[in-house]
Design a protein around this ligand. Sequence first.
Ligand SMILES: *[C@@H]1O[C@H](CO)[C@@H](O)[C@H](O)[C@H]1NC(C)=O
Ligand SMILES: *[C@@H]1O[C@H](CO)[C@@H](O)[C@H](O)[C@H]1NC(C)=O
Ligand SMILES: *[C@@H]1O[C@H](CO)[C@@H](O)[C@H](O)[C@H]1NC(C)=O
Length: 568
Amino acid sequence: MALPHHHVPTSASLAFPTVVFALVVALRLASAAPAPMAGDLLEKRNNALFSSFQAEQGLHQAAALSAMTLLITAHRAIMNTGFVLRQRSLSTDAWVVLTVGLVTCIWTTLVVLSGLLFKERPCRASLEACLARMSYAPWMLQILFFFWLIAFWDEVSYLRSKDVEHRMRLNLSDSSIAETKHAWLSITLPRILGFRIWKLECSRGPSNWSGSVDPKFRWLLYGTITSVVVITAYGAIRGALYSLGLLNLVGVVLFVAGAGGANMYAGAPHVYNGDMLRIALTTRHREGTVYILPFRNRGFDAVWSPKIDYEHREVDALSNSEAEGRRRDLRHILAAFNESTELDPDAVNDLAGWLYEPEKHPTMQQIKCKRAPGIHLIGSSIMFALWHSEYLVFMRRGLLQPDYERMVGSLRSPKLTGADLDASVRQVGNLPGLEGYQEAVRYVYRLFDQPVDDMALNPTSPTPKTSIVLDKCPDTIEDYTAQLWDHCITAEESTFAALYAFTCYWVSDVGSDATHGWHQFPLRAWDREGDLVSWHVVWRQAWYSAIIAQLTSMSPVILSAFAAGILQ
Ligand SMILES: *[C@@H]1O[C@H](CO)[C@@H](O)[C@H](O)[C@H]1NC(C)=O
Ligand SMILES: *[C@@H]1O[C@H](CO)[C@@H](O)[C@H](O)[C@H]1NC(C)=O
Ligand SMILES: *[C@@H]1O[C@H](CO)[C@@H](O)[C@H](O)[C@H]1NC(C)=O
């Protein structure tokens, strides 16, 4: 992004419209000490004001106006194009904040330069004049940027050390620990500061930034901003820049009070890069578990996250619909998920490798999160996630290596897919009855490299009396399982879709039978601290309110810039 270019007029133009002239005079008079003046004295003074006005204030005005234009344009652009979430490199959130930080630094530098080098050189004249000039700088954004950098470093280093700790707790291979290649990131700030800056609090959605940072950190930020702004505002008021001085103070109050309201970024598109494929699971709350699909050298993960409206828009539409309407609706969810992913061919092939030849991708087989004790892996949420990943690979089968492309049929139903699948490959789970079900279950356990739970393989729940899909309920749970599986595998497009349907019907018929290992969420997040994505999502609120507060405090500068015809 480049700074928009504006011409900075250096001399008064004679052909200036009288209306604008009157506006400038009014603005100047409003901010100058109101002293009653005789007619021609007033006129002389106004002319003098007017001719020096543009030359003196051109640079601050240009800086404020360009920065404002850029911030508003960036806001619109993000609302329309959305955020790309990544794990290995910086996501859109980080880029946006770095851009805003860069703009802020340039803005501050221009103000400082104008104080030191420009025309009157107030910073060489007196301290008060210098402070008055400094009140044109965006202190709120500038200070917030430094605090953000510290908090970002803290969060990244903390998440790395936590990752290493979890790997050791799970006895995962040492080679994956060596992945942490940036040694400096292992110095964790919490150890230096003695407290942790971040504590995710999102029970009421993603905008409780002030509740999510440590109060010590937050008050240090508020205190720094307040002292800097009070000092410069004092200079501004001494220099008769009353509106600027007072509005700077009002801006701080707006920021501290969070008066800008909640941001709407959760409704903007969120696009997944191949290393950050998030599966949003149904939740009635404003927060919940999100599954993250494996990627290259990282296993399947579950993290706690605030509810991002965009991710949930399709799932929420489904949550109350009847089980019969489920299939049609789920296609919307899968298509929407497919649309919001950006996968390069390598990522597609890695995902396909894990799905079709799990043993050749041992790091992707690892479960990075916690397994619920006594619960087997055949739960609807995992089947939902597996169906998503298989669907992604299937939709991009044109990008697959020939041997993976051949295996697409191993997880797809040839009848219901409508694509040319290799007829020599048999679909997993299409054997009749219990045998087919057990084959599919074993396959799921292979994907996660876990010993097969007998509870999953040979269900032991009480036999249901009625079923929403079977006309007549069989007498034994084995027969029930076999018949339900036969129904699912013939009706659904893929093996995981059939398993998903199976778990949904099972819950409707048998109920959520946790004593026999059946539960919707076999995998759980370690804690409610969230990951870097949640961190960024919640920090958006701080930037949003700081920008609103900053633009409010800059409004006289911006308004007078308009009035002075800087947009000519
Ligand atoms: C990890 O490995 C150690 C010894 O190598 C063993 O004592 C411990 O039980 C293992 N922990 C888990 C969770 O497998
Ligand atoms: C934000 O979090 C704080 C701290 O946990 C809590 O006291 C406050 O009620 C929360 N505010 C909202 C609007 O959720
Ligand atoms: C899924 O995404 C891929 C790549 O963008 C595209 O080729 C395919 O048509 C999409 N499928 C659907 C059903 O939208």
